[in-house]
Design a protein around this ligand. Structure first.
Ligand code: ADP
Ligand code: MG
Length: 336
């Protein structure tokens, strides 16, 4: 059951996409909770299922070609079973969403002030004057220097960083307890990225909301997150408080990701040992049973991947998906 502390509780979630008459899971057995007041980062290479997970939480998958199993518990409701009408109220009111591409999530022919106001019209009963005041307040809150002017502008008149601030203002308009940000800084240059991340931190402080921050960038995680879940091929392979993930990563995939941050390289030997080459396989190419890591660690014999690895808690709050070969691998490696 979701407790007071747990804003969102996801249990054994599977999201399968239809290919002909078969379904292949892009999210496979994901269990995770989001607590009040925390920024939970979900990190993984492109194609690891992060956006599919986010889309399942806000209920935007096409039901004809998608099969969702498991539970997404929020305030005693299982969102996977919600009808569209209720879901529409949850989106916006309870869950704010920030996408990677701000231009794609804004209406090109409506001023940004109007767009923020729309959200307030839909989800609050504020009168017109109060709404307009609220629009300016929100623009100010996301760090827009001249809210009066920006409110009257169209998306194409703004820079990428300004647009993403507007998208964040829209997501915040109804003070949702949960915010999901899917690669919110990926399309932005580095300086603007840092500003947007600071903003996410400030918002979190002010609103006490729980934020799910999706990224492929561990630098972003280090700067922002409280807790991290590492995803590979639709599964969480490791979950830990952010400092533990960076100082004591257990899963080879996590180590490989850490080593792909240039400044984290500590020596050639370490880098060679841990960098896992290749890319996430397509859904149809993933092994149907056994370890989804098969093929990513070529020097390991095939049999070690037969077992279905389970996520196990190895220390408070630190979970790793692994089986016997991985323990062997970790232990062996320490002695080298
Ligand atoms: P990420 O956000 O981590 O980059 P995605 O969730 O976008 O990953 O994709 C995970 C996997 O699911 C990929 O193999 C992708 O090609 C596949 N996928 C995503 N959306 C669909 C879809 N609507 N239909 C079929 N396959 C999809
Ligand atoms: Mg994505």
């Amino acid at each position: 059951m979701a407790t007071e502390e747990n804003l969102l509780e996801i249990n054994n979630l599977e999201v399968g996409f239809r290919f002909g008459d078969e379904y292949h899971n892009a999210v496979d057995d994901v269990s995770i909770t989001l607590k009040k007041n925390e920024i939970l980062a979900i990190v993984g290479e492109s194609g690891s299922g992060k956006s599919t997970l986010a889309t399942a939480i806000i209920g935007l998958h096409d039901p004809l070609n998608t099969k969702v199993k498991g539970e997404i518990l929020y305030k005693g409701l299982d969102l996977t079973k919600l009808n569209e009408k209720l879901y529409n109220r949850i989106r916006g009111n309870d869950i704010g969403m920030i996408f990677q591409d701000p231009l794609g999530s804004l209406n090109p022919v409506m001023t940004v002030g109007k767009q923020i106001e729309e959200s307030l019209i839909y989800h609050t009963d504020l009168k017109e004057n109060a709404r307009q005041e609220e629009v300016l307040k929100l623009l100010d809150q996301v760090g827009i220097v001249n809210p009066q002017r920006t409110a009257k502008q169209y998306p194409h008149e703004l820079s990428g960083g300004m647009r993403q601030r507007v998208v964040i203002a829209i997501a915040l308009a109804n003070k949702p307890p949960i915010i999901i940000a899917d690669e919110p800084t990926t399309a932005l240059d580095v300086t603007i990225q840092a500003q947007i991340l600071d903003l996410m931190n400030d918002i979190q402080d002010e609103t006490n909301s729980g934020i799910i921050l999706i990224t492929h960038d561990l630098g972003v995680v280090a700067e922002t997150a409280d807790r991290v879940a590492v995803m590979y091929a639709g599964q969480i392979v490791e979950e830990a408080p952010v400092d533990i993930l960076f100082t004591d990563p257990k899963h080879p995939y996590t180590r490989s990701l850490l080593n792909s941050i240039p400044q984290e390289l500590e020596g050639e030997e370490v880098a060679e040992l841990h960098v896992i080459q290749g890319t996430v396989p397509s859904l149809q190419a993933l092994p149907r049973t056994g370890d989804r890591f098969k093929n990513r660690i070529p020097w390991m014999p095939d049999e070690v991947f037969d077992e279905d690895p389970q996520l196990a808690e190895i220390a408070p709050g630190h979970k790793v998906r692994g089986n016997s070969w991985k323990h062997f691998y970790f232990e062996g490696e320490e002695e080298k």
